[in-house]
Every structure is written in structure tokens, then in C-alpha cells.
Design a protein around this ligand. Structure first.
Ligand code: APR
Length: 181
């Protein structure tokens, strides 16, 4: 089941919350900052322990969720569109790798923020298209996949993409991405 949710991702009672991290894996702003604040110092301590050299763009790795309702955080590093990292395949990889890591943990439910759609300035419409395409086309045992919007307009846009995506055949080309972020 794939749903669009309007929420602060740190409050969701799911097995895995996905974090839009950076390569250093030492916290930051946006959802990264929110997750470290809500999870507490145990999340950063686990990042330092498990990712001494950080994480590559497009990859994903797990830590404890600390004080959050979730059991684990799967951190993934999206491409920084604003810095010229516009390879769409790396953004798809964030969703695919996060699902793989969550499945290996035995998770049944997962919540994704829109990776790269904030500070990293990926055009929002395409960030939504990538999220929907990636999770809809993934072969995964996860039963409850939530795409989390931080505002109501974004939630509506995700819902529209989910209903369009469910009718779009896999052969259809992805929507053209505008050049401007
Ligand atoms: N819950 C759900 N979604 C959120 C939350 C939250 N608490 N906070 C922010 N978001 C949304 C943003 O509105 C955006 O749509 O998450 C999406 C991703 O935005 P960012 O958190 O800015 O992540 P990203 O664009 O991938 O940039 C990553 O920003 O915070 C730093 O350390 C991070 O360097 C990394 C970069």
C-alpha cells in the first residue's frame, strides 16, 4: 500500500523513517535536523559509529531512531540539484536502496520525505514523480509505504501523481523536468 501523508515525519509510528541526509552523515537542517532533534543524540552517535566516512550520494544506511516512535532511521543522500548534481538515477537509487535496507531490517512500514526537494532544490514536481515511480516499480516486501509531505499542497500533488502513476504504464516516459529548480 502506498499513500501520501501530510505530517512531520518524526512523529510517524512506522518501522523506518527515511532521512534526507548529506554525505557527511553528521546532521544538518531540514528533515535531517528534525530527525536528529526528535531522535536525540543516540542518532548522531550511531551515525558516527556506523558511518565513519559518511555515505555516498544515492546510497542508504540505517541507524537507531533514538527517541522517535520509529524503530530505525534509514539515512539516504540525495543528489544536490542546486550544486549541479542532476543525475535522476541517483535520486531513484535513494528510494531503491532505502527500500532494500529497510527490507533487510525486516521492516514492514516505511515513511519517505521528498528526497532532494528542499535544500538540495530538486524541482518539486520531478522529485514527486521520482518518489512515486521508484516506490511503485520496486519489488519490495514492505506493506506500508508512506510518501510524506510537509505541506498540504505537496500532499495533494503526491496523491495526484500516485493516481496518475497507477494508470501510467511503465513504458511511458517520465514527465519532462523543467530546467529551473
Ligand atoms: N517532516 C517531513 N518532511 C519534511 C520535514 C519534516 N519534519 N522537514 C522538511 N521536510 C521536507 C521538505 O519540505 C522537503 O520537501 O523534506 C523534503 C526534503 O528537504 P530537506 O530536508 O531540505 O532535504 P534535501 O533537499 O534532500 O537536502 C538535504 O539539507 O538538511 C540538509 O543535512 C541535510 O545537507 C542535507 C540537505
Amino acid at each position: 500500500m502506498i499513500t501520501a501523508v501530510h505530517a512531520d515525519i518524526t512523529t510517524l509510528d512506522v518501522d523506518v523513517v527515511v532521512n534526507a541526509a548529506n554525505r557527511a552523515m553528521r546532521g544538518g537542517g531540514g528533515v535531517d535536523g528534525a530527525i536528529h532533534r526528535a531522535g536525540g543524540p543516540a542518532v548522531l552517535a550511531d551515525c558516527v559509529r556506523r558511518f565513519p566516512h559518511g555515505l555516498a550520494t544515492g546510497d542508504a544506511g540505517w541507524t537507531t531512531a533514538g527517541k522517535m516512535p520509529a524503530r530505525w532511521v534509514v539515512h539516504t543522500v540525495g543528489p544536490n540539484y542546486g550544486a549541479g548534481e542532476t543525475d535522476r538515477g541517483l535520486l531513484v537509487s535513494c528510494y531503491r536502496r532505502s527500500l532494500e535496507v529497510a527490507e533487510n531490517l525486516g521492516a514492514r512500514s516505511i515513511a519517505f520525505p521528498l528526497i532532494s526537494a528542499g535544500v538540495y532544490r530538486w524541482p518539486r514536481a520531478d522529485a514527486i514523480a521520482v518518489a512515486v515511480e521508484s516506490v511503485m516499480s520496486a519489488a519490495t516486501s514492505l506493506e506500508d509505504i508512506r510518501l510524506v509531505a510537509y505541506d498540504a499542497a505537496t500532499q495533494s500533488a503526491i496523491e495526484a501523481e500516485l493516481s496518475a502513476g497507477s494508470s501510467r504504464s511503465p513504458e511511458d516516459p517520465p514527465p519532462a523536468t523543467t530546467g529551473s529548480p
